[in-house]
Design a protein around this ligand. Structure first.
Ligand code: ADP
Ligand code: ASP
Ligand code: MG
Length: 465
């Protein structure tokens, strides 16, 4: 068995779903289990509907629900066999009726809780997985739709739920292999449920994580993440085009890149795959012939020090200064307790004798955090910052990497620097306004020469060189 996960753009329309069907059909003998994201930007649209409901604009949320229904109905009708149309219409009616009731309820309450956000955002994957399963029949395959909420059991941390692995793996192992014997199982990513059956989600971008959990639960031979790029690239294409495809990368490197902003993979994806040592592939559903990126357990030897550059935008730097800290112990604990209390993860930390600088990417509770910190220190905030992170197993063995970074970034002001304990990343903070320039300079420095065993040179970059 293999797991094949298709992201939002890969199922964004009838023609995209048709492409998915042919990719899956060609691999039918490997007994694929298919995990799909919501169609296109559906999750964002559902969240916009929820927000419109609580801000009280009834006409607006009703119109948005209609649009979303029309979109699903229009695309689905192009890929669903005639014989199944009545069932399709009935299911769409049921789902959108339920969604409308839910949203009306929110409008009355005027409040959006994490639990209701999950209830609403789950419709994207529930609809897409159902539509894709019907579409497979239209394209000549036998498929069966399974509601992921029956299999992925999670804790109750709504919008960021974590799987309860033992129970989830037991359910997956008992349910999927018998179905997958002669049918293609289709599941929605991203969604799960608590032990009591309350709908949860695994966090934005969480369908990759679902694919990996399913892969581990059924001991799949491979987990394929089909998306809209050729694989893991040497830089984030939304910041700099012309990055090269990384053919092979280790789990540790991929996890680090994902954690530091490479959206192509959800950061938790590698956890179940590592545990069961299942290779993960990143592939392009628009160019299925490209071999993609293979993520494997062992470090990959290469002459290139850096495998890729990841970036996280919209970062806030918090500077905490206190002369009382001089020679005192327990000061860092006090600081981190504050972030812990307001459930705000810290990404990077740099300390000196009397000051601590740290970065957060979720500044929702920043005002409360600052108020607490100011009780025992001076605090200043810098917004619109970005983390740039160079990742590569070789960084730890290669002298002079930092010197090359500083030389190539001569004209960019570097705010904070950190080399993680993992020793496979070197990260630093720059102003968002300098981000593109910084990535361009680093990319030129570290990827002018490429080890052809590990990288596939981008044609456009070649022409430009
Ligand atoms: P999907 O909907 O298939 O899950 P995502 O939008 O979540 O797709 O992830 C794919 C996107 O990740 C790409 O379109 C690209 O813009 C972005 N991305 C960021 N960093 C990288 C990188 N290093 N390599 C490839 N893609 C990256
Ligand atoms: N549909 C969800 C999101 O947009 C999950 C995913 O696409 O992976 O975040
Ligand atoms: Mg994604």
């Amino acid at each position: 068995m293999i797991v094949m996960k298709f992201g939002g753009t890969s199922v964004e329309s009838a023609s995209a779903i048709e492409r998915v069907a042919s990719i899956v059909r060609e691999r039918a003998e490997r007994r694929p289990v298919v995990v799909v994201s919501a169609m296109g930007k559906t999750t964002n649209k559902l969240l916009a509907i929820a927000n419109a409901a609580i801000s009280g604009s009834r006409a607006s949320y009703i119109a948005q629900i209609h649009d979303l229904r029309d979109f699903h109905s229009r695309e689905a009708r192009l890929v669903v066999p005639l014989a199944d149309r009545a069932e399709l219409d009935r299911t769409l009616d049921d789902h959108f009726q339920e969604l409308t009731e839910l949203v009306k309820g929110l409008a009355v309450l005027g409040e959006l809780t994490p639990r209701s956000i999950d209830a609403i955002s789950s419709y994207g994957e529930r609809l897409s997985s159902y539509i894709v399963s019907l579409a497979f029949a239209h394209f000549g395959m036998k498929a069966v739709h399974v509601d992921s909420r029956r299999l992925i059991v999670t804790d109750r941390r709504h919008t960021q739920a974590a799987p309860l692995y033992d129970e989830t793996y037991a359910r997956l192992a008992a349910t999927i292999p018998p179905l997958a014997k002669d049918r293609i199982v289709v599941l929605g990513g991203f969604i799960g449920a608590t032990e009591n059956g309350v709908t949860t989600t695994l966090g934005r971008g969480g369908s990759d994580f679902t694919a990996s959990i399913v892969g581990a639960g059924i001991r799949a031979e491979e987990i394929q993440i089909w998306t809209d790029v050729d694989g893991m690239l040497t830089c984030d294409p939304t910041i700099l085009v012309g990055g090269h495809r990384v053919k092979i990368i280790s789990f540790a490197e991929a996890a680090e890149l994902a954690y530091f902003g490479a959206k192509v993979l959800h950061p938790a994806t590698v956890i179940p795959a590592v545990e069961k040592n299942i290779p993960v592939l990143i592939l392009n559903s628009r160019r299925p012939a490209v071999e993609g990126t293979r993520i494997v357990a062992d470090p990959v030897r290469t002459a290139n020090t850096v495998k890729s550059i990841a970036c996280k935008r919209k970062i806030t730097v918090v500077n905490i200064h206190s002369t009382r800290m001089l020679m005192a112990h327990g000061f860092l604990k006090r600081i981190f307790d504050v972030f812990e209390r307001f459930e705000t993860p810290v990404d990077m930390v740099a300390t000196s004798e009397v000051s601590v600088s740290l970065t957060i990417d979720n500044s929702q509770r920043l005002a409360e955090i600052c108020a607490e910190l100011r009780q025992f220190s001076e605090v200043s905030i810098e917004e619109s910052q970005a983390i740039v992170c160079l990742v590569g197993e070789n960084i730890r063995y290669t002298p002079g990497v930092a010197a090359r970074v500083f030389r190539s970034l001569e004209s960019v002001n570097i705010r904070m620097i950190s080399q993680g304990a993992s020793l496979l990343n070197l990260s630093f903070v720059v102003a968002e306004a300098d981000l593109k320039r910084a990535v361009e300079a680093l990319h030129r420095e570290f990827f002018a020469q490429l080890d052809p065993g590990v990288f596939d040179r981008n044609g456009a970059a070649d022409a430009a060189a």
